[in-house]
Design a binder for this molecule. Structure first.
Ligand SMILES: [Mg+2]
Length: 423
């Protein structure tokens, strides 16, 4: 059996943890630049506030109902996520962290008669140790466990936040209650297509043949989905030791920008962030891509952004921020158009290899040890004090392009000067 443990309204729950007066009150968290709503508590959902809805469209509703609003505080969420995942890893032998707020657990070895007890234990311990509420779904396959989790979350009072789909009857009941668009991996476009075949629930889909799925549901992917719905595992647990092959940092700017200087500062800053992540997984990047997104229409009605990108293979894989920045700047220059109006930029580090396996050559001697030590020291200072306390000059000093975060809470768990005060 497999379980998925998913944090309830994760970002909003992190905010509530440090502001308990918001318990049982509606809370929403906004995306970058305070654009859209990306996390809602049950109370906010009950008010009809839509996921991914633009903030300005919901503003009236939010103000009338006294909904607490926060900008994204990724340092806080990242740290709380790590605490939740570390807890699960202590309680369970095999954990695959699937996203910032979800993990799959392989329950092989857990007594099948005690799955419910074990799941409750997972839930209560995680909540006790971290303060973040979670829901648990258990089933023979990953797709079914996601369905179980969704139902547990929808009826927290009835299920106590845990749902086990062990028997054929339990699975049938759950599948009949689940619309096709709510199945993991189906998506909106596919669900519209399925409805043309009169397939409306997960139960309808489960009863389709593999042959049919091969023809009408994307070949192998569709066959896998049908098998998973029938309790035959096809999507295996991923090895938790595998590291990311690609690291991306992209952001919308807080305002439109027009100068090469500012774009270079932004790209250098994003490279610094991506390189930190790279070093955290002890990797080195073999390729670098940069992209810029511009929108030259002055009217928002004619919103038609265009994107330009450039890519290079690095002569030698590297984890050094300054080396990456110096490779990136000519790319930015080649992409930049005078007179363009830029709204977003991004950096992707690719072809990532472990640091130990970097291939040096006669003309490029091994990077001196002090460079690695220097990066390590900079990372430690920036992580514990504040981002960019130490940075490369190319990142600039004014950051006029920085995204808006007007309602961000403090970084209670990762910054000495923002620690939570108990009066
Ligand atoms: Mg969640």
């Amino acid at each position: 059996m497999k379980a998925i443990v998913d944090c309830n309204s994760f970002y909003a729950s992190c905010e509530r943890l440090f502001k308990p007066s918001l318990n049982n009150k509606p809370v929403v968290v906004l995306s970058n630049n305070d654009g859209c709503i990306v996390s809602r508590t049950d109370e906010a959902k009950a008010l009809g506030i839509q996921m991914a809805g633009p903030y300005f469209q919901n503003k009236k509703e939010i103000e009338q109902n006294n909904v607490a609003v926060f900008s994204s505080n990724y340092h806080l969420y990242g740290d709380m996520s790590k605490r939740v995942m570390d807890t699960l890893k202590m309680l369970s032998p095999a954990v695959e962290v699937y996203s910032v707020d979800e993990s799959f657990l392989d329950l092989a070895g857990i007594d099948e008669a005690k799955l419910y007890e074990y799941s409750l234990y997972l839930k209560h311990t995680t909540e006790l140790w971290t303060g973040i509420p979670v829901s648990v779904g258990v089933a023979p396959t990953k797709v079914l466990s996601k369905i179980a989790n969704r139902l547990a979350k929808k009826d927290k009072a009835g299920t106590k936040g845990v749902m086990i789909l062990q028997t054929a009857e339990q699975q049938m009941e759950a599948l009949k209650k689940t619309a096709v668009e709510d199945i993991w991996g189906v998506g909106y476009a596919n669900s519209k297509k399925l409805q043309l075949f009169n397939i409306n629930t997960a139960w309808d889909l489960k009863n389709m043949s593999e042959e049919w799925a091969r023809k009408n549901l994307g070949g192998v992917v569709g066959v896998r989905l049908i098998k998973e719905l029938n309790g035959m595992p096809c999507i295996e647990m991923k090895d938790p030791l595998t590291t990311k092959k690609m690291i991306a940092t992209t952001r919308m700017f807080g305002k439109r920008i027009y100068t090469l200087q500012e774009i270079k500062e932004a790209v250098a800053t994003y490279i610094s962030r991506a390189a930190e992540k790279l070093r955290r997984q002890n990797g080195a990047a073999g390729s670098l891509s940069i992209f810029l997104v511009s929108n030259n229409n002055t009217s928002y009605d004619q919103y038609a952004p265009s994107s330009q990108s450039a890519y290079i293979n690095l002569p030698i894989a590297t984890y050094l921020t300054n080396t990456l920045i110096s490779h990136a700047m000519p790319l930015v220059e080649s992409l930049f158009n005078e007179g363009g109006c830029y709204i977003k930029a991004g950096v992707i580090l690719g072809k990532i290899v472990p640091c130990e396996t970097i291939q040096y050559n006669l003309f490029e001697p091994e990077e001196k040890l002090f460079a690695k030590k220097l990066m390590h020291t900079v990372d430690n200072i920036n992580f514990s004090m504040r981002n960019d306390l130490i940075k490369f000059a190319r990142s600039g000093t004014t950051k006029n392009w920085k995204m808006r975060q007007e309602k961000r809470s403090k970084q209670f768990t990762t910054r000495w000067d923002e620690l939570f005060l108990v009066k």
